[in-house]
Write a protein that binds this ligand. Structure first.
Ligand code: NAD
Length: 348
């Protein structure tokens, strides 16, 4: 394991995507997104994704020539066909347009279908919160084999379909709830797999449906097991709703479609709301939100917990510590990044 500065990881990422043909601004946006995911403690959506994206480039499945096209642009509705364009710049621009729509009219309903992998969904909730907006996102995963079993099932039926909600607090500490609807993100299983470490009880089943601690059960060539949904039937229900809202309504790629080698397709459904339309007194609204979150944070911690946190707190704390101490990247992940960069002519 080695520690890297945010700048080092951003540099490798930017140079690799520029070498693969993307404009500097798009490459820099992927780099910003990856590094912020790493800084936030979500290594599953950081620079470790780079080799997967470059594999999709070499397979001819991810191309700088792909550009999103509007399907519907009639406020408050914005429906965009992502055309498997590079996910992070595509999603960021789509959310920026939806933010403008919500600021103008109070609400926006965004559906971005078929972008390439868009990464950490909380990033877009933070983007909306920075614009003063509440945002709710439901996302599906397609182009891959299903990896998460429905409650009670021993066969997988969807991806890790993430869900995120952001609420601005008016004081720069938005509440950002952002999670995979599996108990563990697939990328976190990949990190454990690359490190060669077991995962805790209750996250995985093997191909026979037996409980497992071995992350290899959700990676080829092992017969495919599955990740379990968080919260049993509750998380499974949110995952199914995400599949329908994000891609099912408007014809985006679905997990039940045939998987395509090295593709990770995300469709996103979002509702953005201007809280000023509900409570125009910004100071009073901000004070109330802060009082509620502070009340929750003030609960005495149980044994095994240092303190009680609100959604988004742990990411803010981790950003401070990783900015100071560096971002850890395990040796296998770094080897894959160097090889992927090398494959497009970038020496690291
Ligand atoms: P996670 O289990 O770490 O949960 C994160 C959420 O829980 C955050 O809102 C965080 O602030 C909150 N949280 C964490 N610890 C807390 C604590 N002690 N007290 C209170 N709140 C706490 O996240 P995850 O499920 O592993 O997901 C990781 C990332 O993967 C997310 O950013 C998600 O968007 C992303 N993801 C993306 C895709 C995709 O296809 N693009 C798929 C799945 C997941």
């Amino acid at each position: 394991m080695r520690l890297f500065s945010p700048e080092e990881l951003a540099d490798v990422t930017t140079r690799t995507f520029v070498a693969a043909g993307w404009p500097q601004a798009d490459a820099a946006e992927v780099a910003r997104h990856f590094v912020l995911a790493n800084l936030s403690g979500h290594d599953s959506h950081g620079v470790g994704m780079l080799p997967l994206y470059i594999a999709a480039v070499h397979d001819g499945l991810l191309s700088p020539a792909s550009m999103p096209v509007d399907r519907i642009n009639a406020a408050p509705f914005l429906v965009i066909d992502g055309q498997v364009a590079l996910g992070q710049p595509t999603a960021r621009r789509a959310v920026a347009r939806a933010c403008d729509m919500a600021l103008a009219g109070g609400v926006a309903v965004l559906n971005l279908i078929d972008a390439h992998h868009i990464g950490r969904i909380g990033d877009y909730a933070e983007q909306a919160a920075a614009a003063g907006l509440i945002a709710m996102f439901w996302v599906n995963v397609a182009g891959r084999v299903p990896i998460v079993a429905p409650h009670g099932g021993r066969e997988a039926r969807w991806g890790t379909n993430p869900h995120a909600i952001g609420v601005p607090d008016g004081q720069g500490r938005p509440l950002i709830l952002d999670f995979a609807t599996s108990r563990m993100a697939h990328g976190k299983a990949r990190v454990a797999f690359n490190k060669g470490v077991a995962v805790a009880d209750g996250f995985l089943i093997d191909a026979e449906g037996n409980a497992s601690n071995d992350p290899a059960v959700v990676f080829p060539p092992a017969p495919m097991g599955a990740l379990l949904p968080f919260g049993d039937h509750k998380g499974a229900g949110i995952a199914l709703i995400a599949e329908i809202l994000s891609a099912g309504l408007t014809g985006g790629a679905l997990i039940k479609d045939k998987p395509v080698k090295s593709w990770i397709i995300n469709s996103l459904f979002g509702i953005l709301i201007d809280p000023a339309k509900l409570e125009p007194d910004t100071a009073a609204r901000s004070a109330r939100i802060d009082a509620i979150a502070s009340y929750v944070r003030s609960a005495a911690p149980r044994e095994g917990f240092d303190k009680v946190r609100a959604p988004g707190d742990i990411e803010r704390e981790t950003r401070i510590s990783r900015q100071q101490q560096g971002i850890p990247v395990d040796d296998e992940t770094w080897r894959q990044i160097v090889a992927a960069a090398d494959s497009v002519g970038v020496k690291v």
